[in-house]
Design a binder for this molecule. Structure first.
Ligand code: FE
Length: 391
């Protein structure tokens, strides 16, 4: 049996933030990140719209990037005290992810973080509050997904919480918010979205429901990402929709080993943090080469949709790899980990450990090609030195 779950309502387009005026409720918490939403005036807008709806709002501010278990627990305490019937989360992936986890502990104070670490262990929500997500970056698509990444800084482990219970009730995809993104963030989040769509299209649980969403997202990203990076705001608006479509696909079809590797390499090198979308951008062409052994026909379908040259599946897949490389280069992103600045000594010392961890990542199970530690290590070597994956 398959399952396909999305938010009940999706409001999109410029000015769709205004739909908050029509919400029914008494009290809302508004969960926010570092302060850019306030600076650009969006917090005042949200509070104003909620006020028009007769809703009292309390702010939970300063949710950090890669939110911690402590931040989640503190936020849940605020919610227990204030007793909101609406949880509104606005910003990049982090405040929305953190708010999803706060929601769980608000509804179920008896639950511990340990209880919900495994996929599909989150107890039933929506007895106390509904959840509204408003993204300001165009990448994670957490506004429509069943995922939330919370970091335990004591153990240094990132927990990807996964359960359709935490799929938001309402997503508001207003491109005006994304127009505030600086170019590098636009490039990285955009390549994250492209990776979501391509991995979802070939992932273990892909279905006739997720496929069209993934293909549409891929086409829109190829048509708009470079221009969006260069400051074209119409393209920026299109990217905000495209990343959301990609999210709808991958929340249901799941991902693959580009993400497994990005999760395990992001913070592991002393030579520098690799932003999530940047890591995906670097790794994606190598993993397409690796996965082509088992699903070349699917990559060829993507290439056909993009109108890329080639007749055979093999030629079309090569065209797709070339197109991803070209897009990546146009965004100023390097093509291998050596050029990114990771030192060779450190790479050689850590590659086996990274490969082991990546095989254990939640995304590896849905990768189309089964991946051993040995394979993962070989792929990683290609990614470091910039060599083609030929096995
Ligand atoms: Fe991602």
């Amino acid at each position: 049996m398959g399952r396909f779950t999305l938010p009940r309502d999706l409001y999109f387009g410029k000015g769709s933030l205004e739909t908050l005026k029509t919400l029914k409720g008494k009290k809302a918490v508004l969960c926010l990140g570092g302060g850019s939403m306030k600076r650009f005036g969006f917090v005042d807008q949200v509070v104003g719209y909620l006020k028009e709806a007769g809703i009292e709002t309390k702010l939970i501010e300063g949710i950090e990037p890669d939110p911690s278990v402590e931040t989640v627990m503190k936020g849940a305490e605020v919610m227990k005290e204030f007793e909101p019937d609406l949880i509104v989360a606005m910003g990049g992936g982090s405040p929305i992810d953190a708010a999803k986890a706060m929601w769980v502990f608000y509804e179920h104070p008896e639950t511990t973080f340990d209880d919900i670490k495994d996929p599909f262990t989150i107890p039933e929500l929506r007895k106390k509050a509904a959840f509204i997500a408003i993204p300001s970056t165009s990448g994670t698509a957490t506004e429509v997904t069943a995922f939330s990444v919370i970091t335990d800084y004591e153990t240094g482990i990132k927990y990807p919480l996964a359960d359709y219970e935490i799929t938001p009730d309402i997503a508001i995809v207003d491109p005006k918010l994304a127009e505030t993104m600086p170019p590098t963030l636009t490039a990285h989040t955009g390549m994250d979205a492209l990776t979501h769509a391509i991995e979802a299209y070939v992932a273990g649980l892909h279905s006739p429901f997720s496929d069209p969403l993934a293909l549409q997202a891929i086409e829109m990203i190829f048509d708009n990402l470079k221009a969006s990076y260069e400051g074209d705001m119409e393209a920026r608006d299109n990217m905000h929709m495209a990343q959301c479509l990609a999210g709808m696909a991958f929340s249901n079809a799941l991902l693959g080993i580009v993400h497994s590797l990005a999760h395990k390499t992001g913070a592991v090198f002393d030579t520098g943090h690799i932003p999530h979308g940047c890591a995906n951008a670097i790794y994606l062409p190598y993993v397409i080469q690796y996965n082509a052994k088992v699903c070349e026909d699917r990559f060829a379908m993507i290439a056909r949709k993009l109108g890329l040259p080639g007749v055979t599946d093999k030629a079309l897949t090569l065209s797709l790899i070339e197109a991803v490389r070209k897009l990546r280069a146009s965004l100023g992103i390097v093509s291998n980990l050596k050029d990114f600045g990771v030192k060779e000594d450190e790479f050689l010392e850590k590659k086996h450990m990274i490969a082991e961890r990546a095989v254990g990542d939640a995304c590896t199970g849905s990768n189309p090609r089964e991946t051993s530690v040995e394979d993962m290590e070989k792929v990683l070597e290609c990614i470091y030195y910039g060599k083609d994956v030929t096995f």
